[in-house]
Design a protein around this ligand. Structure first.
Ligand SMILES: [Fe+2]
Ligand SMILES: [Fe+2]
Length: 456
């Protein structure tokens, strides 16, 4: 049985308190409410707290005063502040006092849920004794030369002094321009560190920065390529680290790295990738993930060798290339919100993509073919031709499994799901997806849950 996590919720606004309370209870937390700091202080000894969620602006005892008091009492409970303003000075002081996070009103529920999940690692860290603290799991490193954030940084940045000591060198909202970075570099610093909870957002932002960067004529192609390869690798590594067999992961990363080097070295391919970037950062991110998963599935199967895995990975990287030819905004719409005419247009993307890729000189024939079939289903219910399993190109069948995996994974409701949960969802698609490749996908996971293996 899991232990209920108690949260002390302090806010003088009764309505807001009730809403947050209901939402957090739906996530399985036990909420105790307090209308102000004084009431909260009285309740402090009642429970063992997992986290405190506190309004910053309250009458009598403000959020900051409350934090000071509890820290003076030696309590190390994580505190998440809710604030109406993006007040940098106050934030800085609060961080010094060990506030865990800030949420600015109005906020999405998911934002608060994520911070509460992060409180877990915060608790683990502060509850260990000083000399056994290992903070490495709490931070992700970014090479100083690859650090891209724009002028104002969005997340606090740290330097590592030792496994147990990280120092904050810049707070979110602060400037960290190239001159400052160069100065830090002069001291031999190679990596910046970001908190795990910020890292994914950093990568997401990187993809959009990359998009504008790729369009700058002044930046040399070589630099653009290096940058693109490095952020792509970061993204797939991050996405792929959950419950996946480390050996396959290493091989798949190697495969995608080779693919990206190949793409960067061939002008037409690189142009195509740039065009996809200009069209949509989300599609690029999706395509990278599909490419990684497809390579991983192909590597499990004996049908493919290193050379043919490259074709799988390339076809996957460009499987949705046709989307960029559709009218603006159409690719972002969900199928059930499209008109009949729009659906028809949307369903032409495999053909459009296939034609565009076929015009690349010396492209292996299997790539446009696989792209053309990536939405065909084993039972003949797919598009554009409605052909059955035997006629669907084998690479397209791998793409379909990888595409379903990646898309299911990216749905907002599945954001925090494990790879196992996603696999279970895919398993039910046996009628439309290729059973053999689903089986290989299942073999990617280190999770040995018998539920995953049944029915095969
Ligand atoms: Fe597609
Ligand atoms: Fe796709």
């Amino acid at each position: 049985m899991s232990i209920t996590k108690n949260i002390l919720l302090i806010d003088d606004n009764t309505d807001l308190r009730s809403v947050i309370s209901v939402n957090l209870e739906s996530q399985g937390y036990n909420i105790i409410q307090a209308g102000d700091g004084a009431e909260a202080l009285n309740k402090l000894d009642q429970e063992k707290w997992y986290c405190i969620v506190c309004d910053l602006m309250m009458p009598h005892i403000t959020g900051m005063m409350f934090l000071k008091i509890i820290r003076e009492r030696g309590l190390k409970i994580p505190v998440i502040f809710i604030t109406g303003l993006n007040n940098i000075i106050e934030k800085e002081e609060a961080f010094k006092l060990g506030a865990q996070a800030f949420i600015t009103k109005p906020f999405e529920n998911n934002e608060l849920y994520q911070k509460l999940i992060d409180a877990e690692s915060y608790n683990k860290i502060v509850n260990r004794s000083e000399n056994e603290i290992e903070l490495d799991d709490y931070y992700c490193k970014v090479h100083i030369d690859e650090f891209v954030m724009g002028k104002k940084i969005l997340f606090p940045v740290f330097l590592k002094l030792s496994s147990s000591k990280f120092i904050k060198i810049a707070h979110s909202g602060e400037d960290l321009d190239q001159t400052k970075i160069d100065n830090i570099k002069k001291h031999g610093v190679e990596y910046f560190y970001l908190e795990n909870s910020d890292y994914h957002n950093y990568l997401k932002r990187n993809i959009s920065v990359a998009r504008s960067l790729l369009s700058f004529r002044e930046i040399k192609d070589e630099k653009k390529r290096d940058f693109f390869i490095s952020i792509s690798k970061n993204i797939v590594e991050y996405e792929f680290q959950r419950e996946i067999n480390p050996e396959t992961m290493a091989m798949s990363l190697f495969a995608i790295h080779n693919t990206l080097i190949f793409v960067s070295a061939k002008k037409d391919f690189f142009k195509a990738l740039q065009a996809l970037h200009e069209f949509s950062a989300t599609v690029v991110e999706h395509s990278l993930l599909v490419s990684l998963l497809a390579s991983a599935i192909a590597l499990q199967s004996e049908e493919f060798n290193n050379k043919t895995v490259l074709s799988v990975s390339l076809a996957a990287l460009f499987h949705d290339f046709g989307l960029k030819e559709l009218p603006k905004g159409l690719a972002d719409k969900s199928l059930n919100k499209m008109s009949t005419e729009e659906i028809q247009l949307f369903k032409s993307h495999p053909q459009l993509g296939s034609q565009l890729m076929a015009s690349i000189k010396k492209i292996p024939e299997v790539i446009p073919q696989a792209i053309l079939h990536h939405h065909e289903h084993s039972d003949g219910s797919g598009y554009p031709f409605g052909i059955g399993r035997i006629k669907i190109h084998p690479i397209a069948r791998i793409l379909a499994v990888a595409d379903h995996l990646a898309s299911t994974w990216s749905l907002p409701e599945n954001k925090d799901e494990s790879f196992k949960a996603i696999l279970l969802l895919i398993k039910d698609k046996q009628e439309i997806l290729d059973k053999d490749y689903i089986k290989f996908a299942l073999e990617l996971t280190t999770n040995s849950d018998p539920l995953l293996k049944t029915k095969f």
